[in-house]
Write a protein that binds this ligand. Structure first.
Ligand code: NCD
Length: 305
């Protein structure tokens, strides 16, 4: 399926070929070979939940490609605060733009928006469910680093239960035949639904509790924050908070060549001494949010093909 007019809601709707198109297009943009492709297009960026990187990189991506941004960073400044329904907001804004980017705390909200809107909807994170554009920049960064995704061994560490970035990433890495090791406290394991999907696809994965148990052949250690805002019970959060911390010693213990990624924001799960190591690529990863989001917007609006 082509990209023009298409909503991007979940990795489950995508193929490896789709992901290759996004990575190739991002590479052309990063190399300066595509410009001005959002000229004359207006993109609505609507954030019903906190964000720094995703929102600002989308807005920067739109402006750098010649497009115009409308939207809000906080639902308190939208008519939701007057009691307007989500559906009515979407029915209205669809008439103001050529594509919309939505982040919302409720799982399934981006899918609902795409059912209502007549323009493409991009899911910028729906609750603990999916975060496809984070995965696009994660894949692009790995491919930039290793020249391939096939056969990489990736360790995903942290809150694998509520972390939407790792849910999208696991589905994507499975398409490229990656090996995965899931590293988390018992109560924050990767959801059964995703593990079942991987097993059915014949993808090999292991589950361990601490990074040291992941072996010495990891290519990537993908660290995530414990998603405090998704816990119903603050005590449950306290019982797992600070249960792991990646330090320079952890990296040495993993064989020294592993690349450390993180979708950010970081709380205390990566010590600052890691930042100085060549293994730490999380800020380059965050910066790759620009060409990958430019690529996606160009493709879904038909400005690029
Ligand atoms: C992530 C998110 O919002 O899911 N942040 C991001 O978009 N880079 C990760 C997180 O909040 O922990």
């Amino acid at each position: 399926m082509g990209f023009a007019g298409r909503s991007i809601i979940s990795l489950h709707d995508m193929t490896a070929a789709d992901l290759e198109v996004i990575m190739d297009t991002s590479g052309r943009i990063k190399a300066g070979r595509e410009t001005g492709f959002l000229q004359g297009r207006t993109i609505a960026v609507m954030f019903f939940e906190a964000s720094t990187r995703t929102r600002l990189s989308f807005e920067s991506a739109i402006q750098r490609s010649g497009g115009t941004v409308i939207g809000f960073a906080n639902p308190a400044s939208s008519s939701q605060s007057k009691g307007e329904s989500f559906a009515d907001t979407i029915s209205t804004v669809t008439g103001y733009c050529d594509a919309m980017v939505i982040r919302h705390p409720v799982e399934g909200s981006a899918r609902l928006a795409s059912d209502i809107a007549s323009v493409p909807v991009i899911n910028a994170g729906d609750g603990a469910n999916q975060h496809p554009t984070q995965t696009f920049l994660d894949l692009f960064t790995m491919k930039e680093s290793f020249g391939r995704l096939e056969g990489l061994h990736i360790g995903m560490l942290g809150d694998l239960k509520y972390g939407r970035t790792v849910h999208s990433l696991a589905t994507a890495m499975a398409m490229f035949g990656a090996r995965m090791t899931f590293i988390s406290p018992h109560t924050l394991q990767m959801p059964d639904m995703i593990k079942r999907e991987l097993s059915q696809a014949g993808v090999s994965f292991r589950e361990v509790r601490q990074p040291e148990e992941a072996g010495d052949d990891l290519d990537v250690l993908y660290v995530t924050r414990i998603q405090r805002e998704r816990f119903g019970d603050p005590q449950e959060y306290e019982s797992v908070a600070h249960s792991f911390r990646v330090t320079a010693d952890t990296i040495r213990g993993l064989g020294g060549r592993v690349l450390v990624m993180h979708p950010l924001p970081r709380v205390d799960e990566i010590a600052e001494d890691v930042d100085r190591l060549p293994n730490a690529i999380y800020f380059r990863q965050a910066h790759n949010g620009i060409p990958t989001r430019q690529a996606l917007l160009g493709l879904v609006t038909g400005g690029l093909s």
